[in-house]
Design a protein around this ligand. Structure first.
Ligand SMILES: [Cu+2]
Length: 384
C-alpha cells in the first residue's frame, strides 16, 4: 500500500515485466491550499511504487520529458554496472525527448528506491524519487510466517523549501526547508494508516529529501527495524524501539504487531519537521513583557497585537497569504492538532469497519485526560 500514492503498472512481454517511467514536469498538491509546479514521474511525486517479485526480469523504458537530461538509478538494487544509472560513469544521460531502456533481474528481495543521478540537486529536490518493493518469491506477501495478516505501507520522506506564495520549490536550499512530507503530502493531507488488532504492520520508510535525516517516531506500539536497503537485519541485531533514524539516501523497514486500539501519531520527532511553511526569521518573544507596547503600536497600526510572548501556539491561527499553508495541522476530535508536515496517524482498531480511516478512536470517556476537579486535587494534596 502506498498512502496517497500509486503503483507502476506493467505488461508481461516475452517473460519480462515491462514498465514505462516518464520523467516530467508536474503540478502537485502538497495539502489543500498549497499547490506546486515541480518535476516528478508519471504525473506525480513521489514516482509510483515499483512492486515486483524476487527473480523477476524487468524492462524499464524511461522517457525524458524534462527540459534537461536525466537518468534513473536503482538505489540499493544490485544490477549490471551499465544499468546503474549514473550519468557519465555508467551511461550517457538521457537527453530531453528521448527514451532509454534498462533491463535487469531483481535478485534480492527487499525495499529499495529510485532517483535520478544527473543534476541530483535540482531533480531530487523537485521530488523525483520513488520506492521499490521486491517481495520474496514463493511467499504470500499478504500474510507473515505466523499467518498474521500484513498491513504493508511504504512512506517516502521528503523536504522542500517553498517560499510563501511561490509555486516552485527552491532547489538551492541547503537548510530552512519549510515543507516536510510523507509521499509528498503534508498533514492534514497525509492519508491515515489503519490496522486491526493482531495484524502485522510493516512500515517501509525511505528518505530522498535533499539534506535532512528524519527521526521517525510512532506512538502506541514499539517496533523493530527488520530491514534496510542493504538487506535483512539479523535476528541477533534486532531490538525494540519507538523512534528510527532514517538518514538521507536510506531505507528503514520496521515491523510491529497492532495491539492497542487507538489513534497513534506517527511523525518525525524533529519539531520543525512537523510544521507547515514555518518562517524561522521570527524574534523569540516567549516570556517577554509586551504590556503597554501593543497600545502604543496600535496608535500607528490599528489592530496590532504582539504574537508569540506566551509561546507560538497562538500563531498557528494567523491569516495566511495565497498558495501557502498555515503552520498548524488540522482539526481532531478534541480541537486543533497543531502538528503539520511529516505527520500521519496509525489507526488501530479491535475490528476495522468501513469508514474507520476517516473516523477517530472512540476512547471510553473515563480514559481521556481532562481537567482535575477540586475534590480530586484536595484528595491528593495537590495545589492546582
Ligand atoms: Cu524530520
Amino acid at each position: 500500500m502506498v498512502p496517497n500514492g500509486r503503483t507502476l503498472p506493467y505488461q508481461v512481454k516475452q517473460g519480462a515485466k515491462v514498465f514505462h517511467l516518464v520523467a516530467e514536469p508536474i503540478r502537485h498538491e502538497i495539502t489543500p491550499g498549497l499547490e506546486i509546479e515541480t518535476w516528478g514521474y508519471n504525473g506525480g511525486s513521489p514516482g509510483p511504487l515499483i512492486e515486483v517479485t524476487q527473480g523477476d526480469r524487468c524492462r524499464f523504458y524511461v522517457t525524458n520529458k524534462l527540459p534537461e537530461p536525466t537518468t534513473v538509478h536503482w538505489h540499493g538494487v544490485i544490477v549490471p554496472c551499465g544499468m546503474d544509472g549514473v550519468a557519465g560513469l555508467t551511461q550517457r544521460a538521457i537527453p530531453p525527448g528521448k527514451t532509454y531502456r534498462y533491463e535487469f533481474v531483481f535478485g534480492q528481495a527487499g525495499t529499495f528506491m529510485y532517483h535520478p543521478h544527473y543534476d541530483e540537486m535540482t531533480q531530487i529536490a523537485f521530488g523525483m524519487c520513488g520506492m521499490i518493493v521486491v517481495h520474496p518469491r514463493g511467499k504470500d506477501p499478504r500474510t507473515d510466517a505466523r499467518g498474521r495478516r500484513v498491513r504493508d505501507y511504504s512512506l517516502m520522506a521528503h523536504e522542500w523549501k517553498i517560499p510563501i506564495g511561490a509555486r516552485r520549490p527552491d532547489p538551492m536550499a541547503m537548510n530552512d526547508f519549510n515543507v516536510l512530507t510523507f509521499n509528498s503530502k503534508a498533514y492534514p493531507a497525509t492519508a491515515p494508516l489503519v490496522a486491526e488488532k493482531g495484524e502485522l504492520v510493516r512500515l517501509r520508510f525511505g528518505n530522498l529529501g535533499p539534506m535532512d535525516h528524519h527521526s521517525i517516531h510512532l506512538h502506541g506500539a514499539p517496533f523493530q527495524v527488520v530491514e534496510t536497503d542493504g538487506g535483512q537485519v539479523p535476528m541477533s541485531a534486532r531490538h525494540p524501539d519507538t523512534t528510527v533514524l532514517v538518514p538521507v539516501g536510506a531505507v528503514r523497514v520496521v515491523e510491529l504487531v497492532a495491539e492497542h486500539p487507538g489513534d497513534w501519531a506517527l511523525h518525525c520527532h524533529m519539531t520543525h519537521h512537523v510544521m507547515n511553511q514555518m518562517g524561522h526569521d521570527v524574534v523569540n518573544l516567549t516570556g517577554a513583557n509586551v504590556e503597554g507596547l501593543d497600545a502604543r503600536i496600535r496608535r500607528a497600526v490599528p489592530g496590532y497585537m504582539t504574537m508569540g510572548h506566551t509561546g507560538m501556539g497562538e500563531m498557528m491561527a494567523m491569516e495566511q497569504p495565497r498558495n501557502s499553508v498555515s503552520m498548524r495541522g488540522g482539526r481532531g476530535p478534541h480541537g486543533t492538532i497543531d502538528m503539520g508536515g511529516m505527520f500521519t496517524v496509525l489507526k488501530i482498531r479491535e475490528r476495522l469497519r468501513p469508514g474507520d480511516e476517516q473516523g477517530y478512536f472512540p476512547a471510553p470517556p473515563d480514559t481521556i485526560a481532562r481537567e482535575a476537579t477540586a475534590a480530586e486535587l484536595a484528595g491528593d494534596g495537590i495545589e492546582g
